[in-house]
Design a protein around this ligand. Structure first.
Ligand code: F42
Length: 147
């Protein structure tokens, strides 16, 4: 799939600004969530209806070169829209530092999800509160580098 379509920045100003600043600085700035000091990554995907390129910041949950993408949306009742974009098209770009790389994502379940959920909460403890606040089971994707 191609991620060279038109880029439509997030309608959420803080996310749009974070993505722009992170990319402009090669990950040197805007690389943490607000004042938490906890690191983020930038994920580029494609809108499942418009086909437009979409980008979002997510918390950095890394283990041995793989990354969990946690569709928490702050404990909101609905999945973030990007959940459906990833389900429709699992080929993404992921940036954790100066350069983005191509990755493939898949949604986790069972023991694998449980393992990565624990890693996610270790990296960003508020995920546990988000899960307690919502009746949906927060989806977790695993992003693996494509060479
Ligand atoms: N969100 C998380 O869920 N988990 C995180 O760990 C996380 C960390 C984080 C750190 C820093 C930061 O700045 C933001 C962070 N966020 C985190 C927020 C995250 O970046 C997203 O903003 C949030 O998850 C909401 O995702 P969303 O996809 O629901 O975004 C909304 C605001 C959005 O962009 N909506 C678009 C719109 O125009 O309303 C939709 C864009 C879209 O993909 N449209 C599709 C298309 O085809 O183009 C069609 C959509 C459809 O109807 O299916």
């Amino acid at each position: 799939m191609s991620l060279d379509s038109e880029y439509e920045p997030s309608p959420a100003q803080w996310v749009r600004d974070q993505v722009a600043e992170y990319e402009a600085s090669g990950g040197q700035r805007a690389n943490t969530l607000r004042d938490t000091g906890l690191p983020v990554v930038i994920v580029t995907t494609r809108g499942n209806k418009t086909g437009k390129v979409r980008k979002m910041a997510l918390m950095r949950v890394e283990h041995e070169g793989e990354y969990a993408l946690v569709a928490s949306k702050g404990g909101a009742p609905d999945h973030p829209v990007w959940y459906y974009n990833l389900r429709a098209d699992p080929a993404v770009m992921l940036q954790d530092g100066p350069e983005p790389f191509a990755a493939e994502v898949r949604e986790l379940d069972g023991d694998e999800r449980a393992l990565w959920w624990d890693r996610a909460v270790a990296a960003y403890p508020p995920y546990a509160e988000y899960q307690a606040e919502t009746s949906r089971k927060i989806p977790v994707f695993l992003a693996t580098r494509r060479d």
